[in-house]
Design a protein around this ligand. Structure first.
Ligand SMILES: NC(=O)c1ccc[n+]([C@@H]2O[C@H](COP(=O)([O-])OP(=O)(O)OC[C@H]3O[C@@H](n4cnc5c(N)ncnc54)[C@H](O)[C@@H]3O)[C@@H](O)[C@H]2O)c1
Length: 250
């Protein structure tokens, strides 16, 4: 079977588990070598082993995307190991729950630092490399919360993702002349450790609002990312693509 992305080099943040892991594996299946970045060393090693077993190169790097020094170290390593970068997937993200009264300022700072600043730092380093190549794909994992706000109290999460959407569109305009597309995927209610904490009643209430009638799977988000990275998506940029079972149709 012909793979879509043979010989491409991809970097996926937050790739030790959940959606990021599914994206890293899906890109490897389509022919990419993958740099997998996250905070959890053990999870990264396991993902790298799976990619290696597919016959692709995988480089696991433990790093915090909210730290500029650590992001720079990651991209130095990318150039050292591969000499290029074709696809960046900004997937690392966190949520801190709480009402507006009890949401701590530190939580606000942390959520913005990981979800927004991490995306900004990685995009900036990737853009430098991709501009020199005249080709690149940047794909940000946003959320339905970036369009409609949070469905449960988490006052910093929706705003961080709304800003990711605006950053996606801003960079899409700026980088289009260099052959770089910038898009986002906005999932809702995907089965991962982030949503595993939901009590049964809440899970049922959330599913009741999803026309497809179930939670999404990480692989279904990964499929949208592979499409946006593929040659078939060459005329798509600045798009925020819903992967939400019909929960929001905008
Ligand atoms: N699960 C959902 O229903 C859902 C819905 C909408 C959007 N999203 C978004 O999808 C993305 C992935 O979500 P998930 O459910 O797989 O989450 P998860 O909590 O299962 O995994 C998060 C990953 O990000 C990494 N990470 C966290 N902080 C980091 C940091 N500072 N630096 C580097 N890596 C870091 C973790 O190590 C882990 O690999 C997030 O951006 C999330 O906001 C998830």
């Amino acid at each position: 079977m012909k793979v879509k992305l043979a010989g491409k080099v991809a970097l996926v943040t937050g790739a030790s588990r959940g959606i990021g892991k599914a994206i890293a594996l899906a890109l490897a299946k389509e022919g990419c070598d993958v740099i997998v970045v996250a905070r959890d060393e053990r999870g990264l090693q396991l993902v790298a082993q799976e990619i290696g077993a597919m016959g692709r190169r995988a480089v696991p790097v433990r790093a915090n995307v909210a730290s500029l020094n650590e992001v720079k170290r990651v991209f130095d390593l990318v150039l050292e190991k591969f000499g290029r970068l074709d696809i960046l997937v900004n997937n690392a993200g966190i949520i801190k729950r709480g009402t507006i009264e009890d949401h701590k300022d530190e939580d606000w700072e942390l959520v913005m630092a990981v979800n927004l600043k991490g995306t900004y730092y990685c995009s900036r380093e990737a853009a430098k490399i991709m501009k020199s190549q005249g080709w690149g794909r940047i794909i940000n994992i946003s959320s339905v919360a970036g369009k409609i706000g949070d469905i449960a109290s988490a006052p910093s999460y929706g705003p961080s993702k709304a800003a990711v959407n605006a950053l996606t569109k801003s960079l899409a305009r700026e980088l289009a002349p260099y052959g770089i597309t910038v898009n986002a995927v906005a999932p809702h209610a995907i089965e991962t450790e982030m949503t595993a904490e939901w009590p049964e009643e809440k899970r049922k209430a959330i599913i009741a609002q999803i026309p497809i009638g179930r939670l999404g799977r990480p692989e279904e988000v990964a499929a949208a990312v592979v499409f946006l990275a593929s040659p078939e998506a060459s005329f798509i940029t600045g798009e925020i693509l819903d992967v939400n079972g019909g929960y929001l149709m905008d």
